[in-house]
Design a protein around this ligand. Structure first.
Ligand code: FAD
Length: 282
């Protein structure tokens, strides 16, 4: 007979239920509910032996083993439900993660609030020249940044004024909203299991992800630390702060350990060096 897997209470998760974690200028993340935690992962993995939770140290060891060896199904037994508020351009990237369940506020039913994202001065940057998807580190004067901020808010005001005029004329909401900007805030419930949430975090906490979605991902990571602390610790150690080496890169590492030249050159060497340095950014 397998051990009972009754409702798991995680005190550190209970403490943050419904707490609003602010993100960007008007957004937030709230943990609405959770199903299971580290204990559930352990119970699920031990089903085959007919044993439940052991000492914290043994549980931590088992969770770490499961994560290192990609025994992913026990992590799918943990489910988190979030209430998220974010600009539509972030939500568009978010929604590409297909393994979650979503319920979003509808601009067909509801009147959209005049709430738009305006980046903070520190986040305003020129286009990067070496990364087409990124921002440059070249400095911009404070005056220029403030001009950019005003341009964003003036345009948003203007568009929302037009939207309100259409709503006042009783034009259908589903039409009135079609010119609203990507910076408009939207809200949705998002439910995902821990295995797929870790996959999301690996992609969206990464320096290559857009800064705005990264801010949300880092907040989710903080919530994971409260909900499944041992699993999240292993995830951070082995996956989030780890990198995958190709065959050539492994040969380069062997060469370097033997006191020889890496054997890599050009772009390959550059990518290798970037991987070695990537942990320093976290
Ligand atoms: C830095 C960055 C830049 C990006 N740039 C672009 C871009 O320029 N243009 C663009 O279109 N997208 C872009 N994306 C989105 C990216 O291509 C993925 O769609 C997104 O990251 C979701 O990843 P996923 O499919 O692995 O995740 P999920 O949808 O959460 O899926 C998780 C895993 O489940 C499996 N899976 C889920 N659904 C299916 C299915 N139907 N069939 C088979 N397997 C499935 C896959 O193994 C997948 O890896 C970018 C993402 C990042 C992180």
């Amino acid at each position: 007979m397998i051990p009972h897997m009754a409702h798991c209470i995680v005190p550190s998760a209970e403490e943050i239920l419904d707490k609003e974690y602010k993100v960007l200028d008007k957004g937030f993340v709230r943990l609405v509910d959770y199903l299971g935690g580290d204990a559930r992962i352990v119970q699920a993995a031990r089903v085959s032996y007919g044993q439940g939770t052991k000492s914290v140290r043994e549980d931590a060891g088992l969770i770490d083993y499961l994560l290192r060896h990609q025994h992913t199904s026990p992590f799918e037994q943990v489910v988190l439900t979030f209430h998220l508020k974010m600009p539509i351009f972030v939500a568009r990237q978010w929604i590409r993660h297909r393994t979650a369940r979503v319920n979003e506020i509808s601009g067909r039913y509801s009147i959209m609030q005049n709430e738009c994202y305006v980046p903070a001065c520190d986040d305003i940057a020129y286009q990067s020249t070496n990364n087409r998807q990124g921002r440059s580190t070249d400095s911009i004067s404070t005056e220029e940044k403030q001009t950019v901020q005003s341009r964003f808010s003036d345009q948003q005001e203007q568009i929302f004024e037009g939207y309100q005029q259409l709503i006042n004329k009783n034009i259908a909401r589903e039409l009135a909203r079609i010119n609203l900007p990507l910076s408009t805030y939207t809200e949705f419930y998002w439910q995902i299991d821990l295995h797929n949430l870790f996959h999301f975090l690996k992609l969206r906490c990464d320096m290559h992800a857009q800064k705005e979605i990264r801010d949300y991902a880092n907040t989710l990571l903080e919530i994971c630390r409260k909900t499944a602390p041992l699993a999240t610790q292993s995830f951070e150690k082995h996956i989030l702060s780890g990198v995958r080496f190709s065959e050539g890169e492994l040969n380069a590492l062997r060469n370097l350990l033997a006191g020889k030249e890496s054997g890599l050159s050009g772009k390959e060497l550059q990518r290798f060096e970037e991987k070695i340095k990537s942990g320093e950014q976290l």
